[in-house]
Write a new protein. Structure first.
Length: 227
């Protein structure tokens, strides 16, 4: 599983971000359905059961190049008392160039491999919308958002993502990125979206349903105008 993939481009230019813990919100009573504790436990178990998830990306305009993304989740803990989800994961990005490709002067083959260790705290009170998308559609939207709509990618095998949305950059966190043999780079980030990659559509839909229920119980959802 991929806890939250934000972006990037080829040649190991990958970035990631995580949600930030907010002050513990007051959970509201549900009219029906599982309790908040049971819902959070379900989310924790489903995210923890996915194990290592891997996929490859190919780009139509860059024939022969393959980008590999193995993701290893280290921990997932959902806390009903604070309405928060805590996650960590290690994301590897390896670029395989077409045969016969020569690296530019000064470039190192080690730079084609990047490791990102991500930590995150997501408050269900801050989430405003939750959707399920094909990872391929999500990745193409990310390329387009990064100014590269021409780089249309194909993702294999087909995977799905549960995407969390907010109107402001409430999904913040910390990453440690190591590119090749270079020194690790620490970075704090803030985004308006966050996503969890899951192995199949059924699992993604079940996790999205549970997260939507947790969001409602914790007082999240669309922002309402007072007047």
């Amino acid at each position: 599983m991929r806890f939250r993939l934000t972006t990037v481009l080829a040649f190991g230019l990958a970035t990631a971000a995580w949600g930030q813990q907010s002050a513990p919100p007051q959970a509201k009573a549900a009219d029906s359905g599982p309790s908040l504790a049971a819902t959070m436990q379900f989310i924790q178990e489903k995210l923890g059961q996915t194990g290592k998830i891997a996929w490859i990306e190919t780009i139509a305009k860059r024939p022969g190049m393959i980008i590999r993304f193995p993701v290893t989740p280290a921990d997932a803990m959902a806390d009903p008392a604070s309405c928060s989800l805590y996650t960590t994961a290690t994301v590897e990005t390896t670029v395989e160039l077409p045969k016969g490709t020569t690296l530019k002067s000064g470039a190192n083959a080690d730079d084609l491999h990047t490791q990102i260790v991500e930590t995150s705290t997501t408050s269900f009170k801050q989430i405003e919308k939750i959707t399920v998308e094909k990872l391929q559609d999500l990745r193409n939207a990310q390329y387009a958002g990064a100014g590269h709509p021409d780089l249309v990618v194909d993702v294999a095998p087909p995977l799905f993502a549960v995407k969390l949305w907010a109107s402001t950059a409430v999904f913040t966190g910390h990453t440690t990125t190591t590119k090749g043999s270079q020194a690790p780079v620490e970075k704090d980030t803030a985004e308006k979206t966050s996503d969890f990659v899951l192995p199949d559509e059924e699992t993604a839909n079940r996790v999205a349903k549970a997260m939507s229920h947790a969001m409602e119980l914790c007082g999240g959802g669309p922002k309402k105008e007072l007047f």
